[in-house]
Design a protein. Sequence first.
Lengths: 535, 313
Amino acid sequence: MQTTNANEEVNYLEYKGKYSGIWGWIFSTDHKRIGLLYLYSIAIMFVVGAFLGLAMKLELIAPGKTIMNAATYNATFTVHGVIMIFMIVIPGLPAVFGNFLMPIMIGAKDVAFPKLNLLSWWLYVAGVLLILTALLFGPGVPDTGWTFYAPYSFKTGTNLLPAIFGAFVLGFSSILTGLNFLVTIHRLRAPGMKWLKLPLFVWTLYGTAWIQLLATPVVGITLVLVSLERVFGIGVFDPVLGGDPVLYQHLFWIYSHPAVYIMILPAMGAISEIIPTFAQKGIFGYKALIISTMAIAFVGYLVWGHHMYTAGMSGTAQYYFSLLTFFVAIPSAIKVFNWISTMYKGSIKLDTPFYWAASFIFVFMIGGLTGLVLGALATNIYVHDTAFVVAHFHFIVFGGVGFSFFGAIHYWYPKIFGKMYDKYWANVGWIVFFIGFMTLYTPMFYLGMQGMPRRYYDYLEEFHGGNILSTFGSWIMITGLVIIITNLIRSARKGEKAGINPWGGKTLEWRVPSPPPLENWDEIPVIGEEESKYF
Amino acid sequence: MYNTEVTQASNFVEGVDFAFLLILGISFFFLIALTAAMVFFIIKYNAKKHPKPKEIHGSNTLEIVWTVIPFLLTLLMFYYGWIGWSPMTKPPKDSMEVTVYGRMWNFLFEYENGRKSDTLFLPKGQPVKLNLVALDVLHSLYIPAFRVKQDMVPGKEDNFMWFEPQKEGTYEIFCAEYCGLQHSYMYSWAKVLEDSTFQSWYQDTTQVVAAIESPTAAGKRIMQNIGCFACHTLDGSKLVGPSFKGIYGTTRTVKTGREKREIVADDAYIINSIYDPASDVVDGYSKGLMLSYEGQLSDEDIGLIIEYLKTVK
């Protein structure tokens, strides 16, 4: 196959269409520009969310009041959770890298429904603005935690409705992106791009898209019911009106547990791209990785009850959910085995994206293995709703998704911006961030095993030591974050020009110029029978 | 002052801790082995030393091996998790029953003979069944030293937990489910006593005698038990609710519906504020955070509370 793009063609960053300036971006239906719109909006929200997390850690450095009162602290962890979950990790990799790369990786010119794609981003922005409205106006900042558990969410005097409606709109953004990706992957693959030739990142987007499409409506319905309950008092969840608070938890986790897999699957997909490129060989166990992706997407629907072992479900439900939770661990383990085996007899180039990928495997293993403690019934009863759970999901959601996101941005940065970042500072940023991350979250496992409940503004003296260490870690991690972000922003202007394929990647995006031209391909590529069996 | 180690103090400790150690052991083995393998490959197959990669596309044998072994290990871990948990659902018939009321933001323990306490006194070696009643929102009763936790769900009937305390001492009780502003202050203590010591506490009638001899002390004790001081201080500082300092007999500005009016804090006002707290809300405070204590406090109780409030200057 030949690369058919003329190099002098205008790239997507410089292209001038019907609108100019910022309008050329927010009215653009180009999947690459939409990917960057998501990147910038998510980055802004991430800075806000990280700042709130830093403030929480500072408050917890000592018992009693340090920098804020209890009401502010409760609002802070609620907003931190809502921003990080709904605005960052759920859209995260699919909306940014999925949008930018998936059409190129399957040899298409755009997604199947470009206008719908733009609408998704608008809905995202609308949802974000609605939630910010809840923060800035009205009787008080929501203080329910990101789970909005009933019946407290009906009793609090704070401004919950706009926040719920915002989350509802964000859900639609997610559903439309999922729908768009499904149709695109089914219909727009280049000739010869058979299912078993698809890059693994595309496969994980495919599994994710099904979850987005099928699970997100449940949370939409739940949030509508909460709104009706608050406004009209219909009595579905509120026990005073004859409702059942545990029903709320079921409905909430039927979505929000699969949502964890919306977050982590594309993260695994990005790792499955990075490792073979830097090991300079094909991935080990291509089919096993696809099967495990689909197994996680499917079994992930059926394990939500493990958030509710102490809520008073029937005994049968308890061990059913526990057993299935253990089963969902197996495909994740298979992925780790295959990634490490890919390194065997490779020829490993140590570049920044590989450091992120290797450290992803390490933190993801810690997150996954501590998940076994939480999946087993007896041990869950002991550490459920303690700092142990907080540590576990930060290892998965921030360690897993975050490390993969940073790996992905350092991997595809030269393709997206056509420039190479400063590799020395990128590596410094990585190691500082990694050390900070471990120092911040590891003590929380210990605190949980000591018995410190989560969402605690204040604590007894015996929990002091672990909290000091954890707060100290948050400062190191923020330092790493500042180095990473500064380096990336600076390099977009001052970085050296990057070639078409700086890493020696095998997938299709490395055959178009950096940055890619407006419609990616002059002529749709044709994939030969023998070509690229193991992307 | 208190024994604050995460000690092993109930019949469930053995099952829970065994499952914990088993899972942690398996986890550490895999974490260390896989990390070591990864670091070894990264060093050994570094591009500088090993410039030519060898294509290996996969191995069905290996895939089967590393599917079957984790599968068997997960069954093992599931099994011990289940074994450690299963007895928690089956309280013995001879259990001593204690009803626990959870509300924002304290626990109240009521014994079979009507004795009420804000601290959970327990006889060593006697199975205890706690019937859990939540009066407002979700709470969760958590005793780390006993390895037990159960959510308290408003409106849920037959909600219980049980355990057999096996070691004398004082252990923390936390609320583990987020329940609003003072969630982190919703904690109490479980005191495990020798049976004879427990019985003398349990049968103690001096509380009643004390009420006759010193109504103010009895009033304060009732207020501590029912948790008034989680939201109202005695020193004039402001929490969720107004302070009790110097309250009796003063004029207060309250909101009745939307109307502001002045009211004297007399007996009638205090009784009304306890039975129907939403009717007259002190200006500057939120309505709806305090629920009625009707049915939980008798008129005699409130009489003693009023005697005590008169002394809070």
